[in-house]
Design a binder for this molecule. Structure first.
Ligand SMILES: Cc1ncc(C[n+]2csc(CCOP(=O)(O)OP(=O)(O)O)c2C)c(N)n1
Ligand SMILES: [Mg+2]
Length: 577
């Protein structure tokens, strides 16, 4: 062959072409990823446009952090990686908080960020939005990849998908230099280079020995307890988990986002008897929950003095013995581990002694009874109980609605007062107790499930993502936001001790009207001051299926410092409160 072929031959040899943009789109679609949460800009603006043109749903946010929180919770709800797409450096950093949050919470998510010219970045010559994004993302996620050649897009996307969902799910960073998107290759070769991930999250069966050990420990229990974490909710092994709880006869405690995995009014629910069961239990079966700060690391006052044995189901071996000794580690995916336990329990499993079950039930019923009258109050200004009493009823009538919840008092009271009736309907601040997840999670919940969404937001919490009400109106999503407006963080009553002009650091503008923010973008706003008004407004809003925001005026003295976790605040010896 002569090395200079006639021009006509070359043109005949060159079939249709594709490029980096379209290979990214094809690779995502091939792996069932059809929704993108993004903020446009150089170098990904056209990528978003082409995605939409190719039939993907591209939802643009006002800030990457909220696009990221949306992607993260989309991953939790669907068991597929939620994808957030950002521009380079600042956009990337805005999305990074959500990526780290996804990793901490074990939500499968992929953060795709455009990046600038590698040659210039690596010589630190000051490129447009120059930043070594891959290096910065690495410690904050499960895996971080950069694709430099168009022919590697297929394998790069496949790696990202598998890393996000397999084993313990988490965040993955995928770096796409702008130049990659414009790279050209033969379309047929491009198509061949794509990779469909087969069995992205393979079952991981527990070893038979560990199942037998776990059953031995459970059998020996006198005062057993099951703790369900959001990992159990994520697993979507709802029927098997319910069967295990019911067959065991053990009381169970749902962690915040596991509420509803079994309905909160289930006879075995120990939610309202939490302090009793943690103190008194002798054997604790942990399913997809971690012994982190949310469970006082499995030791100390909250756990009482009676010795405990833990049986721990988790897909991550390193979770075992992370805080206390685990008597029976059960490493595997939750569905397989629960199925193995159910199988091993056989048909003649005896329930725990009535003395234990009754003690838990009595404590629970007493606490529920004590709470009931508080929830009926029609005080003006409203307190948390009066307001949540009516919202509890609204959720009971709409068990498929998704509840998004953040704040301090607003979070803690809502968690304990509002019963959840179905799995994965409660989405909140997760492991970090992070403020700012509200609107992103609400948007993804509406988009991914088509169910109505009720957000119960502290006024501070809402402020972190409030601008996304425009996004909610733009996509006309069935989201009703209730802002518990107590004029501040925890309370609206702090004063500046110096008598100076600045208000105290925890205090906001008095009589703020968050409902006007919703009206500004065409949604419906309500301003309510009593539980009756609140009820009418929320029912009307939820029945309409249209964006709405209810400014619910709450007594500014009603809250407590940091809600229920005030004990975590360091104390000063100089200035005692
Ligand atoms: C990202 C982030 N920043 C700051 C905090 C600290 N923080 C915890 S709760 C909270 C707000 C509480 O006020 P609000 O949402 O109004 O609830 P309230 O107690 O008043 O009902 C803040 C700022 C946090 N958890 N996360
Ligand atoms: Mg507040």
């Amino acid at each position: 062959m002569p090395d200079t072929a006639p021009e006509t031959d070359t043109q005949e040899d060159t079939g249709p072409l594709t490029d980096g943009f379209h290979l990214v789109i094809d690779a995502l679609k091939l792996n069932d990823i059809n929704t993108i949460y993004n903020v446009p800009g150089i170098p990904i603006t056209d990528l978003g446009r082409f995605m939409q043109a190719e039939g993907m749903r591209v939802l643009s946010f006002r800030h990457e952090q909220h696009a990221g929180y949306a992607a993260a919770i989309a991953g939790y709800l669907t068991k597929k990686p939620g994808v957030c797409m950002t521009v380079s450096a600042p956009g990337f950093l805005n999305g990074l908080t959500a990526l780290a949050h996804a990793t901490t919470n074990c939500y499968p998510m992929i953060l795709i960020s455009g990046s600038s010219e590698r040659e210039i970045i690596d010589l630190m010559q000051g490129d447009y939005e120059e930043m070594d994004q891959l290096a910065i993302a690495k410690p904050l996620c499960k895996a971080a990849y950069r694709i430099l050649h168009a022919e590697d897009i297929g394998i790069g996307v496949a790696r990202a998908v598998r890393a996000a969902v397999s084993g313990r799910p988490g965040g993955v960073y995928l770096d796409l230099p702008g130049a990659l998107l414009g790279q050209v290759m033969d379309a047929a070769a491009g198509e061949k280079s794509l990779v469909k991930v087969i069995d992205p999250a393979p079952a991981q069966l527990p070893a038979p020995d560990s199942v037998a050990r776990a059953l031995d420990v459970l059998k020996g229990a006198e005062r057993p307890l099951i703790i369900l974490g959001k990992g159990a909710a994520y697993a979507q092994a709802d029927d098997a988990i319910k069967a295990l709880v019911e067959k065991s006869g053990f009381p169970y405690l749902p962690m915040s986002m596991a509420k509803g995995l079994l309905p909160d009014d289930h006879p075995q629910s120990a939610g309202p008897a939490r302090s009793l069961v943690l103190k008194e239990a002798d054997v604790v079966l942990m399913i997809g929950a971690r012994l982190n700060w949310l469970l006082s690391h499995g030791k100390g006052k909250q756990w009482g003095t009676a010795p405990k044995k833990f049986v721990h189901i988790d897909i991550e071996p390193k979770e075992m013995d992370s805080n206390v000794e685990i008597a029976a580690p059960l490493v595997g995916d939750i569905g397989s581990c629960v199925a193995a336990l159910l199988d091993g329990m056989g048909d003649d499993w005896s329930h725990p002694a009535a003395s234990w079950v009754d003690a838990v039930k009595t404590k629970r019923d007493t606490n529920i009874e004590r709470m009931a009258p508080k929830l009926q109050n029609n005080n003006v200004p409203m307190d948390y109980h009066g307001a949540l009493g009516v919202l509890k009823g609204i959720i009971a009538d709409r068990p498929d609605a998704i509840l998004v919840n953040e704040g301090a008092n607003t979070l803690d009271f809502t968690r304990s007062i509002i019963d959840m009736h179905k799995p994965r309907k409660r989405l909140d601040v997760g492991t970090w107790g992070v403020m700012g997840i509200g609107m992103g999670q609400a948007i993804a919940a509406a988009v991914e499930t088509d169910h109505p969404v009720l957000c119960i937001e502290g006024d501070s919490a809402f402020g972190f993502s409030g601008m996304e009400v425009e996004t909610i109106c733009r996509y006309n999503l069935p989201i009703c936001i209730v802002v518990f407006n107590n004029g501040g963080i925890y309370r609206g009553t702090d004063v500046n001790p110096t008598g100076g002009d600045d208000v105290a650091p925890t205090v906001f503008v008095k009589d703020a009207r968050y409902d006007k923010m919703m009206e500004a973008f065409g949604g419906v706003g309500y301003n309510v001051t009593s539980p009756d008004e609140l009820k009418r407004a929320v029912i009307e809003a939820m029945d309409s299926g249209k964006p709405a925001l209810v400014n619910a005026v709450i007594d500014e003295t009603a809250g407590t410092e940091s809600g229920r976790i005030g004990n975590l605040n360091p104390q000063s010896v100089v200035a005692k409160k």
